[in-house]
Design a protein around this ligand. Sequence first.
Ligand code: GLC
Ligand code: CA
Length: 556
Amino acid sequence: MERIWWKDAVVYQIYPRSFMDSNGDGIGDLNGIGARLDYLAWLGISVIWLCPIYRSPNDDNGYDISDYQAILEEFGTMADFDRLLAEAHRRGIRVILDLVLNHTSDAHPWFIESRSSRDSPLRDWYIWRDGRDGHPPNNWESIFQGSAWTLDPATGQYFLHLFTERQPDLNWENPALRHALYDMVRWWLGKGIDGFRIDAISHLKKAPGLPDLPNPWGLPWVPSYEMHMNQPGVLDFVDELSRETFRHYDVMTVGEANGVSPEQAVEWVGSARRRLSMILQFEHWTLWSRDPHASLDVVALRKIFTRWQRTLHGRGWNALYLENHDLPRVVSRWGDPARHRYESATALATMYFLMEGTPFIYQGQELGMANTEFHDLAEFDDVFARNRIAQMRSEGRSDTDILAELALTARDNSRTPMPWDDTANAGFSTTTPWLTVNPEYREVNVAAQRAASRSVLHYYRDLIALRAAEPALLDGRYDALLESNRKVYAYTRLRDGRGFAIICNLSAAPARYRHRGLVLRHEALVLANHDVNLHDDLTQFALRPYEARVYRVEAG
Ligand code: GLC
Ligand code: CA
């Protein structure tokens, strides 16, 4: 089989604002990332994905871009970027950037020109419509709360924004706009970067005529995306984008593709199509967002992952992830940081990391970081959280109630500064950081976990090394075991009859593993997060809370 580098890769996602501050202004920056490359090389990851680093008014922390070809001043200069890229490459680490093509900032010169008059040559680069009797053109709700339309008084028309009102949507129906974006994409590729994570790519196409939604609300706090997500025709855009840009370079492309099913994903990432390398799907975490209070439903999770694994095996490629900058920490969502931090962080890691696909680690996940503590609504920085607060207040909900919900769901939970050590500001900065450090940093930090003989960090490093060394973990077939078990997530990865059995108790209670078809041997244990009792009968044994084991196996 031909080895493709991005299939072998492990991606490490960096939120630049919170990774490392090099110049003492409390904000992470490019030189800070450069200063921590040796740590990333030690960990063993092969690709870094940088969340947006472009010039931006920071309404949505960089996802509102005002200049695609300039670096945000707070993060450094283009020369700093070039140096970071060279320094990463020197260590064998590739760099992919976040590419936001669905919208720009309202401060982007294109939008300033577009809004200047109805006859502007760039008017059609954004989505402008007349209102309906003093109301917005349709009933779409913004993903970040409120109407998806804002009236621009100067020209008397509304513009569409699926996210905040400072993030106007680009009109992908306009060919000149599309080609202006392709020029920009090629400019970055020409610099020698290694690819892109493409933001909100399944939203590029809107339903023709922008019709009203039959029911604008999906879940109580999530509007319906029905008219602007994964619409027929979106793949034509993806196809053209790829043809005009990526396909001519040896790069990795990862689409953030909410709403795309595994069967449809074959069209997005199928090797025959050459559109994208992989997509970030949303199904597994909507299990959580549908009910943030519920504990993990192992059966439902297995169903989702198993379908993605089976459908893409031999036809496409999966991106594997549990965390990112839009989600609260996974040990807080699905583990038990108070009683079983090490065990739950490592069991969840073992479960997803050894599936078929390219694993992604979000900064701090490798430490088992938990959600942070919020005491006051004023502490929330994220625009989505602030919009939610306004919305819930208007519904008459009490501040205590709002705080309780956001403590569980806010994106700020995963955006706190990276804890490097137990000194002031967690070694992230010499001054007070832009967002308060998670108070657990005195125990949960890189230096402490590197020094400890047993830590989540060492476990992740072992997982990375194991995956790199074993072809069966790259493209061996995935088969779920114990398919109705409500605590244990177990599966095999086999290639020519040899490979691994991965067994994870994903609950805080003891569980039982029982399977006769598979022969497990004590000598073949390659990774575990608990000491294993060598007297265990390996056809049926007890698993402690969040116990995870990986055995080398041969099919019988
Ligand atoms: C994506 C990003 C998120 C951002 C949104 C709008 O979902 O991951 O952080 O707010 O797009 O660009
Ligand atoms: Ca800084």
